[in-house]
Design a protein. Structure first.
Lengths: 217, 303
């Protein structure tokens, strides 16, 4: 469960990105976060991963207060979360397989099960046959799927996506949404920030809209 | 968990080796630079070690030789022994008869041809006296006392040259220490810069790794391995340079030794010293990397 209580975020230059946010996301829920660019979507996601610290208020994830986390504990928080970025953030010096391998290396997984896990993740996003390809040789949609495979390979309990369909055409975007839904169906809490109206037509899931740092009803 | 940890370290180790091999020229150049820098103090050290062992297995305590009159007899020897025992400042003494001295000289080379031509033994009987460490004036006083004994023809200090040599060796040690300190700092600086450049080129990887939950030690590890491995390679290079240097010098010394009929050759670094050199160079590389990592990595934070 993700819980925000009276959370505000003011940047050093005085810009208030989030203003007194109260928010609860239940475990296993799938939530969309929407709003204009600059409305505070990215800041909200960054607060969850302790990439930013709130100026005031408390954020708790599965009962753990993120706002007071010691720096040494942050890596372990981030391992519970899978990230999907608009710009993919892939490593171009290694192939698809090794990109997906990275989170497992980071969390010290046993080498025997590693390869099969990586292939399972690649299979889920339909890139199994491209495991040897370098990211530079992949299309935009394939790169996004590779990024998703990397986000889920260590089976995080929370999946966070920041504009996952930002640069993709409608068909690809639909594929990717289907993937997110299937992860959600196996119990992963999914949080997607987007301003893509076509994604929001799906009425099954809660939609939170941010306006100038505040949650609109 | 333990196995995963070992696998992780082995992976980083081989990955680092691969990275070193992937840029052979750069790696080789920095290894050679480090090797040359280390070989200077190590080379001087080896020379000093050799000088020290050549200067005899002397303990460095002052020593005095009493040469007796040519006609001295057994009862004269006994009288001197008794007087020496009564004298303070004397640690021990040793009687060397003219026959023994003659044999020693024959064996100790150089003079063997000359000695063979002699009709009779020209050497006197002698006492070698080991003294306590004393100010030179006290020793000088003792010398004049002994010189006055009727059976004694001549008293000679043997320790002067040893003391001079020791003073020189002391100076040499100080020079080694300074050289080693300066060049160690240079090596740390080289490694600091090498790692700094690597961190810059790996900025993306570091940022993404932090983003997906890498601990600081996970991120530091490859750089520290890199520093230690390159330092070790520098140490091996230094060892090879010094070994080559000794080999060349020994070849030259063979000629010199033949001319003087003495057996002189330089010893290579002992096993213990070699291990110390390798460990120290690896540590230097690691330290340079450690400092570099500490001063650069915190700047890279995911946004």
């Amino acid at each position: 469960m993700i819980l925000f209580k009276n959370v505000s975020k003011r940047y050093p230059d005085g810009y208030v990105a989030l203003n007194n946010i109260d928010l609860t996301v239940q475990t296993g829920e799938m939530v969309f976060l929407t709003g204009h660019s600059g409305a505070g979507k990215s800041t909200l996601l960054k607060l969850i991963a302790a990439l930013e610290r709130p100026t005031s208020g408390t954020i708790s994830i599965s009962g753990q207060n993120i706002a007071q986390l010691k720096p040494a504990a942050i890596p372990y928080l981030r391992r519970k979360i899978g990230f999907v970025f608009q710009d993919h953030k892939l490593l171009f010096d290694r192939n698809a397989f090794d990109n997906v391998l990275l989170p497992l290396q980071i969390s010290n997984f046993d080498s025997k099960t590693v390869a099969s896990r990586v292939r399972a993740a690649l299979d889920k996003v339909g890139l199994l046959r491209k495991e040897k390809s370098m990211p530079i040789a992949l299309s935009g949609g394939e790169r996004q799927r590779l990024c998703i495979a990397r986000a889920v390979v260590h089976r995080p309990s929370i999946l966070i996506a920041d504009e996952p369909t930002g640069n993709l055409d409608v068909e690809y975007a639909h594929d990717i949404m289907t993937m997110f839904t299937s992860f959600n169906q196996v119990g992963v809490t999914v949080l997607i920030a987007t301003h893509d109206a076509s994604l929001l037509e799906d009425k099954q899931h809660r939609i939170l809209s941010l306006r100038q740092g505040k949650l609109a009803a | 968990m333990m196995r995963a940890w070992l696998t992780q370290h082995a992976f980083v180790f081989f990955h680092t080796l691969k990275r070193l091999i992937a840029t052979p020229v750069t790696s080789l150049l920095s290894v050679i630079v480090m090797g040359i820098a280390l070989s200077l103090p190590v080379g001087v050290y080896v020379l000093m070690e050799n000088l020290e062992s050549m200067s005899g297995q002397t303990t460095g305590t002052p020593q005095m030789s009493l040469f007796l009159q040519q006609d001295a007899q057994q009862n004269d020897f006994d009288r001197i022994k008794q007087r020496l025992q009564e004298e303070p400042h004397i640690v021990s003494f040793q009687f060397i008869s003219k026959a023994v001295a003659f044999k020693q000289l024959q064996h100790s080379s150089g003079f063997s041809d000359v000695m063979a031509g002699l009709a009779r033994n020209p050497l006197p009987d002698a006492f070698i006296v080991h003294l306590e460490h004393n100010p030179p004036e006290a020793l000088e006083r003792l010398r004049t006392v002994i010189q006055d004994w009727p059976e004694v023809a001549h008293v000679q200090f043997d320790s002067e040259w040893i003391e001079r040599l020791n003073a020189l060796l002391q100076l040499g040690r100080a020079i080694i220490l300074m050289l080693a300190t300066l060049l160690s700092i240079a090596i740390i600086a080289i490694m600091f810069n090498t790692i700094r450049l690597q961190i810059l080129t790996k900025r993306d990887e570091i940022e993404i790794s932090k983003l997906i939950g890498a601990t600081d030690s996970f991120i530091h590890r490859p750089f520290l391995y890199f520093g230690a491995i390159q330092g070790l390679a520098g140490g091996v290079t230094a060892w090879l340079i010094v070994a080559l240097f000794i080999r060349v010098l020994n070849e030259e010394l063979v000629v010199l030794a033949r001319l003087y009929e003495v057996d002189i050759h330089l010893q290579y670094l002992s096993l213990q010293d070699s291990m110390s050199l390798l460990l120290f160079s690896a540590w230097l590389g690691w330290l340079g990397a450690r400092i570099s990592v500490a001063s650069h990595l915190w700047q890279i934070e995911p946004r």
